[in-house]
Design a protein around this ligand. Structure first.
Ligand SMILES: N[C@@H](CCC(=O)N[C@@H](CS)C(=O)NCC(=O)O)C(=O)O
Length: 207
């Protein structure tokens, strides 16, 4: 059985929601950042980067990086219609928006929420300020992309939307986020309507 290493409310939520929605059997192994388990010898042997999520596949190979995990799981269930066919123009858009959200939104949120990781200066305010600007620019672009309907690709909710939903719920000022970028909340709601997804987000206390 596949093993998903994760932490409550953290980057494992999107893979957990995807696997749950697809009814893929998996074991969830939660690690505690408070107890520094991500820096333990045992966990570093799994992911030397000391980060979650990690998916250990049935053949025991280790897959790190949330983007890779999401695409691999969706690819393994092409009939679910959560990801368009390889080589199609729509699949290209999945690559575009998964990369965009992983590199702009995920990374921007890490800077916003954990500014101490990005500076040696005791004044964290500049890191926070620039991260917020960076994120808002990305949210504006996503808001525009969602103007045609509450999904990023292909006229239906898919793997990119599940990934985005996790990231949206991390932004500290949820009220402002959805007031300013009015297409984001309809996208989140559509994604939460997928079977099993609301339960995972609730268990992780993201909603
Ligand atoms: N690029 C990685 C980022 C993963 C990441 O930053 N995970 C966080 C939790 S959301 C983590 O494990 N942080 C612990 C650390 O960086 O020491 C991915 O997309 O999977």
């Amino acid at each position: 059985m596949q093993i998903l290493y994760g932490a409550k409310g953290a980057g494992s939520v999107a893979p957990q929601a995807l696997l749950t929605h697809l009814e893929v059997p998996f074991e969830l192994k939660l690690i505690s950042f408070d107890a520094n388990e991500h820096q333990s010898e045992a966990f570093l042997a799994v992911n030397p980067r000391g980060q979650i999520p990690v998916l250990v596949l049935d053949d025991k190979s280790v897959l790190t990086e949330s983007l890779a995990i999401m695409l691999h799981v969706a690819d393994s269930h092409l009939s679910s219609a959560l990801i368009p066919a390889p080589g199609s123009a729509e699949r290209a858009q999945v690559y575009r928006w998964m990369s965009f959200t992983a590199t702009n939104v995920y990374e921007g949120l890490l800077r916003l929420l954990y500014p101490d990781m990005y500076t040696t200066n005791s004044d964290l305010s500049k890191v926070v300020e620039s991260a917020d600007q960076y994120l808002n620019s990305a949210f504006g672009i996503l808001n525009q992309a969602l103007s045609k309907g509450p999904w990023l690709v292909g006229g239906r909710t898919g793997v990119t939307d599940i990934y985005l939903a996790m990231l949206l719920t991390w932004y500290p000022d949820q009220q402002r986020l959805y007031e300013v970028y009015t297409n984001l909340q309809p996208s989140l709601k559509q994604t939460l309507a997928l079977e099993g997804v609301t339960r995972v987000f609730e268990e992780n206390e993201l909603i």
